[in-house]
Write a protein that binds this ligand. Sequence first.
Ligand code: CP
Ligand code: NVA
Length: 318
Amino acid sequence: MLHDFVSLADLTTDEILGLLEQADDMKRMRRGGKTYRPLEGETLAMIFDKPSLRTRVTFETGIFQLGGHGVVMQSEKARLGERESVPDVARNLDRWVDGIMVRTFSHEAVRELADYADAPVINALTDKEHPCQVLADAQALREHRGDFANIKLAFVGDGNNVCASWFHFAARIPINVSLVCPQGYEIDAETLKFAKANAKGVVTVTNDIEEGLRGADAVYTDVWASMGQEEETAARARVFAPYQVNSKLMAMAKPDALFMHCLPAHRGSEVTDDVMDAPNSIVFDEAENRLHVQKAVMVALMSRSKDGLSPKQRARRG
Ligand code: CP
Ligand code: NVA
């Protein structure tokens, strides 16, 4: 039973597949105009220490559509844990809200929040991981390719938070994932070791663009400088230039390869306009699916049984 949603590495294969099934249901209901309000009267606190378009709108819209209410806590001046301790933030929020969504810098702070809060905690991006994004991407990939087996996804660019969540996904779901990056920008050794030890498909890291893209069914990229790395933008632009996803690079993948990006895209940097706007680009399907998968996550974590408790609260109160 899911208690928090901090890392895809915490979930089993069945839990991930279950969330994807529920996300498909959410999408069907939304498209069919059907109302579904299992979280009537519940409140989600949303902590934003970094900017957002997609995450902010999809969580706030999602909790509203499920019958609940979102409270945005935007604190770019004082990050989580700076104004008061993370345990104290948890113990306050527990008295008022039914779920906590958090986008911040420190992954460890999100873990600490989850440890101290009785309310379920959802990671909406840290410096290390972005599990909501990859779940939405996976839903889009399955919609366009039917299944994950025998699919190769080439992640081109920085071995960053989104990339790490893809490697966690590959540790649970049979899919082949290859990181294609400049030397020095590989994913951290621990994530790679975990993915390799658990992967049912093939997971690789290479600096060789042609090798990494060979046979790719999907080409994924993300910004070269993530939020918090702005001062490295110019230096990174020089190092990453050969890894720009343009038509020449797309031609190294399968002829019908999909293009994917978590967005925001820096057009002209990590991706060119022609690739972003090509018919095989599914970037806005990925963005749409943020709504559906996060609704599935909220329902799984925040639904209360007859005793009035969520799965996490029930487990903690014995
Ligand atoms: N992809 C993503 O998380 O978008 P935002 O940063 O706009 O929320
Ligand atoms: N890697 C990017 C993802 C943005 C959604 C960042 O952390 O800024």
